[in-house]
Ligand binder design. Structure first.
Ligand code: SF4
Length: 334
């Protein structure tokens, strides 16, 4: 028996905003938006594949800003399955300025459990430069309101936005932690065809993060959220869909999280190894949890290669007693 999210895309047709990174205005005509029939089909498919207790997730950005009758039609279809005990609940994502008491009362009535807000940045200047149309105060207010109604709160942030810096992103993460969300998603900015960022990139005004820069920064952010016991449920854009089609530039990798977690292991190992004398005649055993071996090695064994470049020849060994991110290193005297 498996538990998972049953995801449905809700296009925000006619969205009045023009966020610098968004290409909804270009793709919304082409992309299928969910209907009540799609809700029933998706739940049936999930049930047939053995999924019990799945959560139905309406994603696409601005669920509470779409036409009200369309929103309630989707919610009513989903609620039938919550009431029948076929799914555990509903999650939605929306904009911070599309939250008020009235809509939260409505979401409660339909059995919504979790609300995710596209915060993107907590810096008002960055929000303005990227034409988000809301302020950091809107994010704080909406977050407090969502929590006061007893919903699970999720916050989404971006890195590498136009006008943002690494320090700015760290500050955004600090502000997000203060809002005590249960979950966070982190998306490095990708320049998509036809967006405002595409123009700025062509003019040489905007330089997106390189993949390596995004991995380094996101490793810091991931550590911050994990220390605060906030679950990071997504790192990097989903593969497929409009990303690969519209990709122009920016930090995108289909296994971005693996790269970030691999970086955390690499840095930990390097720090630990600095306690030893080193030298190419020395080899080391790095013990990690069996589930973490591929992350310790890194994609295409790049961590092992980089450690060797630093004069540490390492073998990774499985150790059930260690938890995630824990590692133990000893000199291999054999
Ligand atoms: S990201 Fe911005 S422009 Fe795109 S749908 Fe959401 S609010 Fe509208």
């Amino acid at each position: 028996m498996s538990h998972k999210n049953i995801a449905l895309f809700v296009a925000h047709i006619g969205c009045p905003n023009m966020c610098s990174f968004c290409n909804q205005h270009i793709i919304s005509g082409k992309q299928e938006t969910a209907t009540a029939a799609d809700v029933h089909d998706a739940v049936r498919t999930a049930l047939n594949s053995g999924c019990r207790d799945g959560q139905l997730a309406f994603f696409g950005g601005s669920f509470t800003a779409i036409e009200r009758s369309y929103m309630t039609e989707l919610l009513a279809a989903a609620k039938e399955h919550v009431d029948a005990g076929e799914i555990s609940g509903i999650r939605i994502s929306t904009r911070p300025d599309a939250i008020d008491k009235e809509v939260l009362i409505l979401l409660k009535e339909y059995g919504v459990e979790a609300i995710e807000l596209g915060a993107q940045s907590m810096d008002d200047e960055v929000l303005k430069l990227n034409r988000r149309g809301h302020t950091s105060e809107d994010i704080k207010e909406a977050s407090r309101l969502i929590k006061s109604f007893g919903f699970e709160l999720g916050l989404q942030m971006m890195t590498g936005l136009y006008g943002d810096t690494d320090e700015g992103a760290i500050k955004t993460a600090e502000e997000i932690i203060k809002l005590e969300p249960e979950t966070v998603r982190i998306y490095p900015t990708v320049v998509l065809f036809g967006t405002e960022l595409h123009n700025l990139y062509n003019q040489g005004v905007y330089r997106p993060q390189t993949l390596d820069e995004a991995v380094t920064l996101c490793a810091e952010l991931l550590k911050m959220f994990e220390e605060a016991q906030i679950k990071v449920i997504r790192l990097g854009l989903h593969s497929g869909g409009n990303v690969e089609e519209g990709y122009i530039a920016g930090a995108y990798h289909p296994a971005f999280r693996e790269l970030v977690e691999g970086r955390i292991y690499y840095e930990k190992a390097l720090k630990e190894l600095s306690r030893f004398e080193g030298g190419l005649s020395h080899t080391y055993k790095i013990r990690v949890n069996p589930k973490e071996i591929s992350k310790m090695r890194g994609q295409k064994r790049q961590n092992i290669v980089k450690l060797k470049d630093n004069n540490y020849i390492c073998n990774v060994i499985s150790d059930e007693s260690l938890k995630k991110y824990e590692l133990e290193i000893e000199e291999d005297k054999a």
